[in-house]
Write a protein that binds this ligand. Structure first.
Ligand code: ADP
Ligand code: GLC
Length: 477
């Protein structure tokens, strides 16, 4: 079965969050099951320069105000199958992030940039992009690719085509002025309330919610949450309406990238049986961050975008009491300027106990998750969350809020079966209570080690998720 995955990011070339990790790892896992999976990506600079054996297969001329627009095929290192790349220099060849300029403002032509991504997906589905390879299913990820579902639906050549849409985060909806609808080249009836219209604007996300044959999201709990007003970001009615077609399939861990026995970014390696190397990782991390070299101090870590979603404000409130109890923190993140400033301020007040790195640093993320004892994910909502999965694999026990994929992957129950510490209310005292429980557990080394082994024994490989997706694809054919 031929399946085209459409996305704006792919690890390790372009990454702003977990979406890239998923897009990097899921197609190979599906290919292992015998599916013929290819990726369609926008020609962002890092993607174009990494493309090997590049061949132009189609020239679309001028599209969405850009010229030329060419479809290329080639190879990138992490993918077993060829990938398609849209080479449209006017829209994609620029610095900054895929979505924003360096000053944090959205690119003014994001509508055209991501409409083109969806439109080219539909051309491939129609057989007009690559006559040698026509997918049976187009699988679009997040709002950036969602318009593929609309273009496929609008195209009479795509009658037998099926689409799947995966919501990685319902809070990012791809909203644009309604007046720009004309730029999309879609039939006028696509702009109804039962279409792209969303409270007087147009939403790319809705293209996936309205026209995809199946909708998935990245954990069973988040699939239930988004059907409620608290988590539905105004789209819960729509999700309830599509309830029969919505499912939650957990993300997995890419063992090529996250494996404590082989991880090239670590100063020492370890496994559930041989945990000594983890102690060396902790020592090295304490030294690197200027933390006091105390082996018995519980070292928390957090690796995250710094945003309201991630509950960083709760953490800021809970930390002083934790530091007063002797705990340490290694924090790596970037995002909201106010949160960054507050964290910098706090780290100045707790030298030797708080090591802060503002920025984006993949190798540092590995060293922090490996070297710390416990990982904090105090998110207000978390569709899946990947850092807690990586932490579990590295014997770093997660302290998480009971929401989304965090609730589905961390066990906090009787002594024998626990892998972490869960709290319920999105408040600083609740978070502090869970961190306190972590401190108490850490004071019992045999118990802590038993939890670590239990955590490291969990299976969050992509195989199980890929199998569920393969069944979903089969149900569509
Ligand atoms: P989200 O996609 O909402 O940001 P996830 O937990 O799914 O959250 O994925 C985040 C990914 O980004 C993980 O791979 C994590 O290690 C990585 N990451 C987040 N912030 C940083 C950072 N400052 N430096 C390096 N990696 C980071
Ligand atoms: C989103 C979510 C995160 C999820 C990731 C990959 O960015 O915020 O929870 O893990 O997508 O699906």
């Amino acid at each position: 079965m031929r399946i085209l995955h459409v996305a704006a990011e792919v690890h390790p070339l372009v990454k702003t969050g977990g979406l890239a990790d998923v897009v990097g790892a899921l197609p190979p896992a599906l290919a292992d099951l015998g599916l013929d999976v290819r990726l369609l990506l926008p020609g962002l600079p890092a993607i174009v320069s990494a493309l090997q054996q590049r061949r132009e297969i189609c020239n679309f001329g001028a599209q969405f105000g850009a010229s030329p627009v060419r479809l290329c095929i080639g190879r990138i290192a992490s993918q077993p199958a060829p990938v398609y790349v849209i080479d449209a220099p006017d829209l994609y060849r620029r610095g900054g992030s895929p979505y924003q300029a360096a000053d944090g403002s959205d690119w003014p032509d994001n509508l055209q940039r991501f409409a083109l991504l969806g439109w080219v997906a539909a051309q491939l589905a129609a057989g007009a992009g690559d006559p040698a390879w026509q997918p049976a299913i187009v699988h679009a990820h997040d709002w950036h690719a969602a318009l593929a579902c609309a273009y496929v639906r609008a195209d009479p050549r795509c009658r037998s085509m099926r689409t799947v849409f995966t919501i990685h985060n319902l809070a990012f909806q791809g909203l644009f002025p309604a007046a720009d609808f004309g730029l999309l080249g879609l039939p006028q009836e696509f702009m109804q309330t039962e279409g792209l219209e969303f409270y007087g604007r147009l939403s790319f996300m809705k293209a996936g919610l309205v026209w995809a044959d199946r909708i998935t999201t990245v954990s069973p709990t988040y699939a239930r949450e988004i059907a409620t007003p608290d988590y539905g970001c105004g789209m819960d009615g729509m999700i309830r309406h599509r309830a029969a077609d919505v499912s939650g399939i957990l993300n997995g861990v890419d063992p090529q990238v996250w494996n404590p026995l082989t991880d090239a970014d670590l100063p020492a390696h370890f496994s559930a049986q041989q945990l000594a190397g983890k102690g060396s990782c902790k020592q090295a991390l304490q030294q690197e961050l200027g933390l006091k070299p105390v082996a018995g101090a519980l070292l928390f870590t957090l690796v995250s975008r710094l945003s309201h979603q991630k509950g960083i404000d709760l953490l800021l409130e809970a930390l002083p009491a934790m530091f007063a109890s002797g705990a340490q923190l290694a924090l790596l993140g970037s995002g909201d300027a106010q949160l960054q400033a507050a964290l910098q301020d706090l780290s100045r007040r707790w030298p030797g106990q708080m090591g802060l790195r503002i920025g984006y640093d993949e190798a540092m993320a590995h060293r922090m998750i490996a070297g710390a004892d416990a990982l904090l994910v105090p998110s207000r909502f978390e569709p899946c969350g990947l850092t807690q999965l990586y932490a579990l694999r590295y014997g770093t026990l997660p302290v998480v809020r009971r929401t989304g994929g965090l609730a589905d992957t961390v066990l906090d129950g009787d002594e024998a079966g626990s892998t972490g510490f869960i709290f319920d209310a999105a408040t600083a005292p609740a978070l502090q209570g869970a961190m306190q429980r972590a401190l108490l557990a850490y004071a019992r080394p045999a118990h802590w080690q038993a939890m670590q082994r239990q955590a490291m024994a969990q299976d969050f490989s992509w195989q199980a998720s890929a199998r569920q997706l393969a069944l979903l694809y089969q149900s569509l054919s």
